[in-house]
Design a protein. Structure first.
Length: 613
């Protein structure tokens, strides 16, 4: 009867444990679903940010293109007039679907000769003010589709004579950029104006009215999510919202482009999340089965554990003996110190090396012996103060062990030793008993001293190298490329005078080095602006360092503080800091005006000689 009761009791424990495992699995399934939804939400937000940055960059590149067109057109005009033939030629050789020109009276000219009044258009009254931007036209005069227009003013001899406009069919041009898939499932992506009107979509369909209202009506999102979406449209920024379970999408991302006032809306396919949850739950079921199997295996293991326990304990004692023997090879002598009684005692099997020192006695005698064996007499008073009982107890208040490095002499032989003090027992927070050990570290210390000597030589060579690369430099400074941080002022020496380059740009250390590079463009000559902008920027330096370039050089012309043209060679020497891992940059600026002018004179002389020949 008793055996039956014990069996039933153990069976009850097993059933309870199995029920607990099932409950835990249900909890795991719920948590896993929530975690998967949240992870996909964050993944979708990251993807939407990349897509927004990509579209933003495409729009900016196109705007730069139309600015380039207007510049070259203005430079090539012989009279302040742009004809339909010129527009047709530009349209033929450009990537735009259409190229149009609006004169100062608001008359819009197409490449085929058609004209229209556009005085009510934003691109007209903004363009004649000298502004260049992007304008989405939902009801164009010359076409039947929405147009994405990029406009810029055209100048003739410095005067604005009209507005040049390059246009794309918005729905066709933007559709391929909006196309997005997640694990083979297409996502619906919309490109909108701040009022919620859809400019283009990834499916190529046309949408009328406010996008958020349409998404609610079609069941893609719920009404609460739609309110949050409208909040982003009205107030700017970005948002990522999880939709209700009966919605057709899992989550929706809404964000303004970084540099343009347009909104990107992206939905995350619900099938992707559901498939992930099913796959994870399938793994969970397998895990549950394995846990139950492991539990059964554990029960059987317990039955054999008692038989093995004696053997295991014996083996453990044997291994501990190995450990003790190994420690004895490092520490030959052990002394137990009782700070309360003020005594010491060498442990069994060890004895003091000095025959004049007793195996046990007063702690003061042990401390005196440790001081007496120091090789340098001048070190003994300081060491005596450190090794006295009160000093050791005070040091052990914040540490469990302390170590002293000593240079000792025994039998006319000098050696390096570590005296280790290990706290064994505390009373009221103060060390009451400690173990003293001594270890010979002569070989290790001599190796350390050799390394220090080698490091000293390396540091000297580094200083010599720094002096070599900064010689004849008119300016040197350092900054943290990883943190985009300039911590100290930039000072340039010109004819013996020190000039702060940060002050002339209106900056003050510490500041962002990217801000300094941007502000310094005001002093760079136009002929060198392209090279300066391409090389002297934080992103380029990071990219070059990642590619393995430790030194980047830029040569450009600039105006100095006295208004004189100066050609400089700027070398950016990049290294990674061993402690922080940050990329540190040493900038060396040298004046190469003389050599550049001489080279130009030689080139000119050669050209003159060739012309004469």
């Amino acid at each position: 009867m008793k055996d039956k009761r014990e069996v039933l009791q153990k069976s009850g424990y097993i059933i309870i444990l199995l029920v607990a495992i099932i409950i835990l699995f249900q909890w795991y399934t719920s948590q896993n679903s929530s975690r998967m939804v949240e992870r996909n939400k964050n993944y979708a937000l990251d993807s939407a940010r990349l897509k927004a940055a990509q579209i933003d960059e495409e729009l900016n590149n196109t705007l730069n293109l139309i600015n380039t067109y207007t510049y070259f057109i203005g430079e090539s005009l012989s009279e302040p007039e742009i004809t339909a033939q010129m527009l047709a030629e530009m349209e033929k050789n450009s990537l735009f679907d259409a190229v149009m020109f609006t004169d100062m009276e608001g008359v819009d000219y197409a490449s085929d000769g058609r004209v229209a009044d556009v005085t009510d258009r934003e691109f007209y009254y903004e363009g004649i003010k000298g502004n260049s931007s992007i304008s989405i036209i939902f009801t164009p005069r010359f076409f039947n589709e929405k147009m994405a227009c990029f406009y810029a003013p055209v100048r003739y001899k410095g005067e604005i004579i009209g507005v040049l406009r390059g246009a794309y069919l918005a729905e066709e041009h933007l559709q391929h950029m909006l196309d997005t898939t997640y694990f083979g499932e297409k996502a619906d992506v919309f490109f909108c104006t701040p009022d919620g009107s859809v400019i283009a979509s990834s499916d190529g369909k046309r949408y009328e009215g406010n996008l958020a209202d349409w998404l609610v009506q079609s069941g893609v999102i719920d009404e609460d999510t739609a309110l949050s979406v409208k909040e982003v449209f009205e107030h700017g920024g970005e948002g990522n919202f999880i939709c209700s379970s009966d919605s057709k999408t899992d989550n929706i991302c809404v964000m303004y482009l970084p540099e343009n006032e347009y909104v990107l809306v992206q939905t995350f396919p619900k099938n992707v999340t559901q498939n992930m949850i099913k796959a994870e739950n399938r793994v969970g079921i397998q895990l549950e089965a394995m846990l139950i199997g492991m539990f059964v295996l554990y029960i059987f293991t317990l039955l054999f554990r008692a038989r093995r326990e004696k053997k295991v304990l014996k083996q453990e004692n044997k291994e501990k003996g190995y450990i003790i023997n190994g420690i004895n090879s490092l520490f030959i002598r052990y002394a137990l110190v009782d700070f309360e009684a003020g005594t010491y005692r060498y442990l069994e099997g060890t004895k003091p090396e000095n025959s004049g020192l007793e195996v046990d006695g007063r702690y003061e005698d042990l401390a005196s012996h440790l001081c007496a064996i120091l090789a340098n007499e001048k070190d003994r008073p300081g060491f005596a103060a450190q090794i006295c009982a009160d000093a050791v107890v005070a040091a052990l208040e914040e540490h469990n062990d302390i170590r002293f490095e000593c240079y000792v002499q025994r039998e006319n032989k000098r050696e390096w030793e570590h005296i280790n003090v290990i706290c064994l027992e505390r009373k009221d927070g103060r060390a009451s008993k400690a173990l003293y050990t001594r270890q010979n570290i002569t070989d290790l210390k001599e190796k350390e001293l050799r390394i220090q000597a080698e490091m000293s030589v390396a540091n000297r060579k580094e200083r010599q190298y720094r002096i070599a690369i900064t010689s004849s430099a008119i300016c040197t400074y350092e900054f943290n490329l990883t943190k985009d941080l300039l911590e100290e002022d930039i000072v340039r020496r010109i004819e013996g005078k020190k000039i702060s380059l940060l002050e002339r740009t209106g900056l003050k250390a510490p500041c962002k080095v990217s801000d300094w590079m941007e502000q310094n463009k005001d002093y760079v000559l136009k002929e060198s602006m392209e090279e300066y902008s391409a090389v002297v920027n934080v992103e380029n330096l990071r990219k070059r360092f990642e590619q393995g370039d430790s030194e980047v050089t830029a040569e450009y012309w600039e105006k100095n503080s006295e208004g004189k043209d100066l050609c400089v060679r700027q070398s950016f020497i990049m290294t990674r800091d061993d402690d922080s891992g940050d990329i540190m940059v040493l900038v060396v600026t040298k004046d190469i005006t003389g050599s550049v002018k001489k080279q130009r004179e030689q080139t000119q002389a050669l050209q003159d000689a060739l012309m004469q020949a």
